[in-house]
Write a protein of this length. Structure first.
Length: 123
């Protein structure tokens, strides 16, 4: 009857592992999603190149590194105040955008938005 004790302990251990493993994987995935890395598409730009794109040539253009959420929502097509606020929060959390394409890293901003507004966006 001693072997019954070992079988019960073994089954209990297997059951605990089966329950806890998916929970730890789920927690790791959630943590990875919240810690979104900033990737730079154009890392070789020097400060002179960035400064040269800082001039607004049209009143419709908007500097994504300086504009408020209200200004972004007003000047850009296809976003409202919430997406504009998401752009500002992303910028505050991860720093200034160093390429227009980096706006795609903001959750909810996709390629269609970028293509529709590319001429309006400046750094």
């Amino acid at each position: 009857m001693e072997w019954n004790k070992y079988i019960k302990q073994g089954l209990g251990t297997v059951l605990m592992v089966a329950i806890l493993c998916p929970l730890s994987v789920s927690a790791a995935v959630k943590k990875a999603e919240t810690e979104k890395p900033v990737t730079s598409i154009m890392q070789s730009q020097n400060s002179d190149e960035i400064k040269s794109t800082n001039h607004l040539t049209s009143p419709d253009q908007v500097n994504i590194n300086q504009a408020s959420a209200e200004e972004l929502a007003r000047k850009l097509s296809g976003i409202g105040k919430q997406k504009a606020q998401a752009i500002v929060e992303y910028r505050e959390k991860f720093g200034a955008f160093n390429a227009i394409e980096n706006i795609l890293e903001v959750q909810g901003i996709g390629p269609a938005f970028l293509e529709k507004n590319r001429e309006k966006l400046v750094l």
